[in-house]
Design a protein around this ligand. Sequence first.
Ligand code: ADP
Length: 765
Amino acid sequence: MSVPEPHLSPSTSAEILLVDDDPKTLMAMEAMLGDVGGALVAARSGREALLKLLTQDFAVILLDVQMPDLDGFETAELIRERDKSRHTPIIFLTAFNQNDRSMLRGYALGAVDFMFKPIVPEILRSKVQVFVELQRKTHEVQRQARLIRDAEAREHARMLGEERQRWEADNLRAQMERERAAAVEMARKAEELARAVADRDAAARALVQSNARLALLSDTANRLLTGQRPHELLDELFVRLTGHLDLDLYAYRSLDEDGATLTLRSWGGISDDDAHRLQTMSIVGGVLGKIAESRTRFIVDADSPASDVRESPVMAAAGVSACLWFPLTADDRLIGTLAFGTKRQRFTLEELAVLQLVADQISIALERERLMSELQARNIELADADKRKDEFLAMLAHELRNPLAPIVNALHVAGLDAQARGGSVARAHATMERQVRHLIRLVDDLLDVSRITHGKIELRRERTELHTVVEQALQIARPAVLAREHALVVEIPDERIPVDVDVTRMTQVVANLVNNAAKYTNPRGTITLKVERDDDEVVLRVRDTGIGIDPNMLPKVFELFVQVDNSSDRAAGGLGIGLTLVKRLVQMHGGEVLATSDGIGKGSEFIVTIPLSLGDEDPVSSPVAIAQSAPATLSERRPLRILVVDDNADIRETLKELLEIDGHEVTLAEDGHGALAAAGNGHQHDVAIVDIGLPGLDGYGVAEKLVEIRRAKGFPRRLIAMTGYGQAEDRRRAFAAGFDAHLVKPVDPNTLAKIIAAQPNEGDR
Ligand code: ADP
């Protein structure tokens, strides 16, 4: 705040207003007052005086009373009305003695004095002097007061300034204090931040490192567990580990089969010479001995006693200061050891953990490898054994057929006699026939199952009625049902049930199930065969009241060689292949079979579902159908000339007898050449029955030659192959060689009779 400078010069302008209409009086008064020290201002009328008073202050007004226009009193009245001049002293001048009333009026108007004309100059001067002096003093007082006020104002301003400065300084100090505190806080925060950043960096570095190790571990596990030969991966693995963990030595030893020696298999950080020198180590004594015994890891580092270090030749060879051994175990069996070394003083805890995991993984991988190769070897062995078993079964079945053929023939021959003699001989014969049939079925089943296993069975489907299949099956199974005095209930709708099946095979299926029902039901039980036709399939059920099947065994009964109870029903016989055949044959027909039973002693039910034939052509007749549907009765048979070629004397002889009983004339040959000689000898054979497996020229060769002879001479008219080889390929070859029919040994004598009786070109193709 600025303070104006005090006005130092005293006001000397004490002015005196002279008001009189008479110029002479004015001049006289000016003369009188010339030396009172105030400036004189003259006015010739009241109005002029009022005008002057507008612009100026006066120390005293000398006012003439007697004036034209406005007189002195009136003028005084107007002067008093104004603020500015309300207190200005007025001295009235009058020429004559005023009465008291007018003097009173004058005083009421503020007159301070009255002077009468003629005016005495000294009196005037002294009176005016008083007012001039008064005004001068008033001015002085005012000036002094102003000076004081100014000084006070300056002092005030100074104090204010000081106060302000102090306040500003305090403020500044507080501000600085705040700023300093903020700076300190900021520095602290910066430091904290720096520390956090450093911590974070360290954590990030640790994270990166531990991530890398985790990746290494998971990669290791992956390689070890997915690789086919973890053994071979070890070297590469160790190299990568060494890179990651700053290792200077690794050594993997496996335990030899002697269980006493550890052989170095994979290593790094020691020379090949040292490796050679340290190749085998005993598991007794030394560091390895400790590990082998305790099955726990062992550490030697800068803190270990010197003796430990001396005990490890590998540490010495690698020049490492710290070494870590792990036992590799499987099921607590020692399978090897793993050693890692470093030139640093010791391993960190984290390294120990990582290496422990690696060792565990390697243990697992090595054991897995061992188990896998064991498993593979077992698999190969099993597959081998399985193959040998299949081959053996096929061979067995085939070999069993040969002795069966003459037995069947001989039985048939003896049958006529036996029936004639009756009694025990006839019964014995009947028993033998039954048992041979059973034997043949077993052999056939065996052969079939091995053929199905090898996918060698072909269905010879034909359109037929299910009734036919059921009838034939019951014909086969009836003896077994009767033998145990079962009641047989057959429920089959009258309507046609057309199916496209291999009649022989489907018959086999149904007969098998009924046979089983008879076999596994105590005598005098009930067997129910029920057929139901559905939209597009037919359901055949064989139910019995027999021994039933344990629920646990139900899913297994269709497996090969499975027999539910091996002890109790051995008398029933069987190999446990019947249901396997049933299931596979049904599946080959596009159907399903399942077994149900309410439990032991509650009977069983086998349910076969096969598709119905949807086409509407008539059933196609097949050669088999002809052979079977055209039963040749003895009366229809005419004697034929028949050439029998077989190297097996029994078969040859019994077949001869069999054919001769039917009235045929038989020539025998024991090999191919004999056969050709016989045929070429002018015998006009109607039929030649030729075994395929002949010594020297085999049956196919014989057939080819016989066909040539026939071309020349017209005989033999029909060629029938009779062989133990019944597979599709065998049949194809037989027909290609020129045979008209192909029969598998042992041939049922009735079937043989039918085939022989058939017209040329109606053979069993
Ligand atoms: P097997 O030659 O032993 O009869 P299968 O393959 O025909 O061989 O049958 C396998 C097993 O299923 C039999 O040993 C028998 O235990 C059981 N089984 C088959 N059919 C029946 C049935 N109707 N009732 C009870 N058990 C049966």
